[in-house]
Design a binder for this molecule. Structure first.
Ligand code: NAD
Ligand code: UGA
Length: 462
């Protein structure tokens, strides 16, 4: 029986390795983490992350061939293949602060493998890492392990998006497996390819060199985010000219060389990876003494910040240039629908602007807990504890959040926001009642007919 260990039970390690266990019943998969609380949640009825379809997969496999544990060393010792799926956030201090990826978790996990392994292993980079990280991992492994043990390192980046993780894992566009160009490297690559081949067509399992595989992950995220910043830049032109960004995106997307996806204008992209990975690419470019290349990619992040501040400024301007003590209902706090993840959510940036203007903010999100909102707003200093107590209110439904509000702001594209009874929302709001659609999901003409003042990213509603 092949044994797999996954270090890191997060948004990637959890779903990815649960799907491997589901699709490969003869493989034993153990997902380990140093966070006891997270492992307890994975072993409970309420999983630590919300992802459509994940509950069913975990229920079908947990205790059969899927195990969650904090016994990291035991899992390393018994595994043939080890996925390293730990977090790689942007460094907050020190060299490269604000740009470079913090590789401390990767290094700690690698050192642990080197220290406790008693047999040869295939170590797989699943985390998103800077190009050539595998080289550092190899040095750490070789310098700290028993001489008779051999490690092969593969790069196998993950392309799932939150909210559609299970779908993406079941039928990925491609699975990349990067290896060193040696017979042992290719053998390891084949071993991992055989795992994926249980459900992924062979032609979608792509072998390539290690550094291409590492860089392809950063490149794919940078190009996806670039499309969003491109359409968001156009949305500002639309608002100033009377063009409609939905129509412009649609027209461009019909060109088969461009394609329709990721051209939806928004209040700005969020999530734990786009910004982090572009900044990582910027840092890599700077380190390679390529300042023009660095500036090119950094503009994608600058445009995203501009989009959020532009939207916040529009809210203030439309509400007669002051939102002091006004009631603003923020619908959605997660960075996108179908996830409870709030990392880098546009909601956090918007609320920061609104708090500075002394507005009262009423938040509703179907999947984000009160504790999470508190952590996101107080801990990084978006709101002081006093401001939080005075200005932030969290609601259990959208109607209650919008009661007596001056403006409703759609920040996340949750399906339930499309089907609210907007006549009821309107009746209970202060007049004039404003609605700002930051995700272009509502029927704007209908809202206008109800009586709302409607403001939309990338278009002017007549
Ligand atoms: P996460 O923070 O949700 O999970 C990482 C987990 O690793 C945490 O639970 C943490 O406790 C654990 N961990 C850290 N150091 C450890 C150690 N030494 N031993 C054991 N456990 C340890 O992060 P995530 O969102 O799953 O992302 C993981 C990686 O995957 C990142 O590099 C990210 O860029 C990449 N990625 C994420 C997504 C996504 O949608 N979230 C998609 C593709 C790739
Ligand atoms: C993204 C990529 O899509 C995944 O392929 C990648 O694996 C992942 O990053 C990662 O490396 O972590 P994710 O961040 O989970 O996935 O979600 P996306 O669907 O890409 O959305 C990111 C942000 O862009 C969201 O805030 C979303 O609302 C926004 N977005 C997306 C737009 O504003 N417009 C669009 O057209 C598409």
């Amino acid at each position: 029986m092949v044994k797999i260990c996954c270090i890191g039970a997060g948004y990637v390690g959890g779903p990815t390795c649960a799907v491997i266990a589901y699709k490969c019943p003869e493989v034993k998969v153990t997902i380990v983490d140093i966070n006891q609380n997270r492992i307890d949640q994975w072993n409970s009825d309420i999983l630590p992350i919300y992802e459509p379809g994940l509950d069913e997969i975990v229920k079908a496999t947990r205790g059969r061939n899927l195990f969650f544990s904090t016994a990291v060393d035991e899992a390393i010792i018994e595994a043939d293949l080890i996925f390293v799926s730990v977090n790689t956030p942007t460094k907050k201090t020190g060299m490269g602060a604000g740009f470079a990826a913090d590789l401390a978790y990767i290094e700690a996990a690698t050192r642990r493998i080197a220290k406790v392994a008693t047999s040869s292993k295939i170590v797989i980079e699943k985390s998103t890492v800077p190009c050539r990280t595998a080289e550092s991992m190899r040095k750490i492994l070789d310098a700290n392990s028993r001489a008779d043990i051999n490690f092969q390192i593969l790069s196998n980046p993950e392309f799932l998006a939150e909210g559609t993780a299970i779908e993406d894992l079941f039928s990925p566009d491609r699975v990349l497996i990067g290896c060193l160009d040696t017979p042992e490297g290719h053998k390891a690559q084949q071993t991992l390819a055989d795992v994926y081949a249980h459900w992924v067509p062979r032609e979608r399992i792509i072998g390539m060199n290690l550094w291409s595989s590492e860089l392809s992950k950063l490149a794919a995220n940078a190009i996806l985010a670039q499309r969003i910043s491109s359409i968001n830049a156009l949305s500002a032109i639309c608002e100033a000219t009377g063009a409609d960004v939905d129509e412009v995106g649609f027209a461009c997307g019909l060109d088969s060389r461009i394609g329709p996806k990721f051209l939806k204008a928004s209040v700005g992209f969020g999530g734990s990876c786009f910004q982090k990975d572009i900044l990582n690419l910027v840092y890599l470019s700077e380190s390679l003494n390529l300042p023009e290349v660095a500036a090119y990619w950094q503009q994608v992040v600058i445009m995203n910040e501009y989009q959020k501040s532009r939207f916040a400024a529009r809210v203030v301007k439309k509400l007669f240039n002051t939102i002091t003590n006004k009631k603003i209902a923020v619908l959605g706090f997660a960075f996108k629908k179908n996830t409870g993840d709030t990392r880098e959510s546009a909601a956090i940036s918007l609320i920061k602007y609104f708090i500075q203007e002394n507005a009262n903010i009423h938040i509703y999100d179907p999947k984000v807990s009160v504790e999470q909102i508190e952590e996101d707003l107080i801990y990084p200093g978006i709101a002081t504890p006093e401001q939080y107590a005075k200005r932030i209110n969290i609601h259990q439904d959208a109607y209650s959040a919008a009661q007596d509000a001056d403006a409703v702001i759609i920040v996340t594209e949750w399906d339930e926001f499309k089907t609210l009874d907007y006549s009821r929302v309107y009746e209970n709001m202060n007049k004039p009642a404003f609605i700002f659609d930051g995700r272009l999901i509502l029927n704007h003409k209908e809202l206008k007919a109800i009586g709302f003042e409607v403001e939309v990213i990338g278009k002017v509603i007549q």
